[in-house]
Design a protein around this ligand. Structure first.
Ligand SMILES: Cc1cc2nc3c(=O)[nH]c(=O)nc-3n(C[C@H](O)[C@H](O)[C@H](O)COP(=O)(O)OP(=O)(O)OC[C@H]3O[C@@H](n4cnc5c(N)ncnc54)[C@H](O)[C@@H]3O)c2cc1C
Length: 422
């Protein structure tokens, strides 16, 4: 045998599986098809800018992050917990009352906040705020839009703010996502201040990989995983390996190919990265556009943020970095640069014609769709010696990827540590 366990994929799920297996005293080989660890959490360096491959944030309140990641070592720069909303004329800030008490009166004065809708939202979310299991272990679930309708969350806070914000978080504007999943994500936003590591999001998987006794083998794409009587055979373009067990921690579509199961539906986002000579704003909040008369954004941009105001390390001295996020494959057609610039000009009330588009990251497979009912502990053992891990087996998030990797590793450890080695 080459190792006790072969882990296929060095995304967050695969890296957490490998860490846990090693902690439990097992030998592990990690095979990664691409040229670096991280999977969907990668960072490019272009002209002194740090550009994550798709804007995303790390929430230290995720249980898996709190328990297994040394967030201090990542030197996280936190966003403000809330959003700035611009309707084309006026700007309002809606901020977490406990984290930003100085913004409380501005938040309460905002036209988006009415007592009846806040009360309805609190009733809808309250049990999950008190106990995570109220959503994660609930036997009843519904599509987000239907669930909010039923709860009476139907005013401007929903139509202008929540719908827009959540479309960017879920990569889905259909309202068909599991309401329980959304409650869990909102719980994490209520308890944590998401942020960006000083060296970019890829610092997270790199930090995890650095703890392994053997660095993942990069550019080792696995083409086949086969059960044998006493373990598994794993084929790569560079040759084959034998192990007692395997964890397929590839992305949802590649994992489905390797284990011969149907691929899940994936939702996509595009991130537009602009360099600006002057920051349009110094605030650390995500910015939403609510200038459509029907509620929500008038154009394709779901949210924008002055990234260098949050994490100055993301831009070289004297420059500023702005992100804008749009949906991919939304049915309306993908956004055009002119529309994105028009939205940004309206959202920041600024002339953005001089901003340079440094990169556009299209990630059609951003997140697996998670319609109700939420099953956040999907079966991971797919054959005698093969387990699957990844965000598609838990919640579609960093937390879900880490949790599912850990869960697969614990199950495998339980099996292998009670057997004599092969
Ligand atoms: C644009 C964007 C924004 C996001 N925003 C957030 C956010 O704000 N908050 C949040 O919680 N989550 C967010 N996410 C989701 C989060 O990044 C993912 O849920 C998580 O990273 C998934 O990790 P994973 O290990 O399950 O899969 P992946 O990251 O997809 O890792 C799979 C790995 O397997 C490798 N692989 C695939 N096939 C093979 C093969 N045959 N052989 C060897 N290796 C293989 C891949 O190269 C990859 O490295 C976002 C994702 C994107 C793309």
């Amino acid at each position: 045998m080459d190792a006790d366990v072969v882990v296929i994929g060095a995304g967050l799920a695969g890296l957490q599986a490998a860490r846990r297996l090693e902690k439990n005293g097992l030998t592990v080989t990690v095979l990664e098809g691409s040229d670096a660890v991280g999977g969907r959490v990668r960072t490019d360096q272009i002209d002194g800018f740090l550009l994550d491959r798709g804007f995303q944030v790390l929430n230290p309140a995720y249980p898996a992050v709190r328990d297994w990641i040394d967030v201090k070592a990542l030197d996280l720069h936190s966003f403000g917990v809330g959003v700035i909303v611009r309707d084309g004329v006026k700007t309002s800030t809606l901020a977490h009352p406990l984290r930003h008490p100085r913004l409380l009166s501005a938040t309460l004065r905002s036209e988006y906040v009415t007592a009846s809708e806040v009360f309805a939202l609190a009733k809808w979310l309250g049990p999950t705020l008190l106990r995570e299991t109220a959503a994660s272990r609930s036997t009843s679930d519904a599509a987000l839009a239907a669930s909010l309708d039923k709860a009476g969350v139907t005013g401007p806070l929903r139509t202008d703010v929540l719908n827009t914000f959540l479309s960017g978080v879920l990569a889905d504007a259909s309202g068909k996502t599991s309401a329980n999943l959304v409650k869990l994500l909102l719980r994490a936003f209520a308890f944590g201040a998401p942020g960006l590591p000083n060296n970019g999001m890829q610092a997270l998987p790199e930090h995890m990989a650095a703890e392994l006794s053997h660095t993942p083998r990069l550019e080792h794409r696995v083409t086949d995983v086969r059960d044998l009587a006493d373990g598994v055979s794993v084929e790569t373009e560079a040759g084959s390996l034998r192990a007692r067990m395997a964890v397929v921690a590839a992305d949802p579509v590649s994992a489905a190919e390797l284990i011969g199961s149907p691929a899940p539906t994936m939702n996509g986002l595009a991130t537009w990265w602009f360099a600006a000579e002057e920051p349009p704003l110094q605030e650390k909040f995500l910015q939403l556009d609510t200038s459509s008369p029907a509620g929500g954004p008038a154009g394709p941009v779901l949210h924008a943020a002055v990234i260098s105001a949050v994490a100055p390390s993301y831009a070289p001295a004297g420059k500023h970095l702005v992100e804008a996020t749009t949906l991919l494959g939304s049915g309306k057609g993908d956004a055009a640069e002119a529309d994105v610039r028009r939205d940004l000009a309206r959202m920041y009330d600024a002339d953005v014609s001089g901003w340079e588009l440094i990169a556009r990251h299209d990630v059609p497979h951003t997140l697996p769709a998670q319609p109700p009912p939420l099953i956040d502990r999907r079966e991971q053992r797919v054959s005698e010696h093969v387990f699957v891990a990844g965000d598609h087996r838990d919640t579609a998030s960093i937390n879900g990827a880490l949790t599912s990797g850990d869960r697969a590793a614990r199950a495998i450890s339980g099996i292998l540590l009670t057997q004599s080695p092969g």
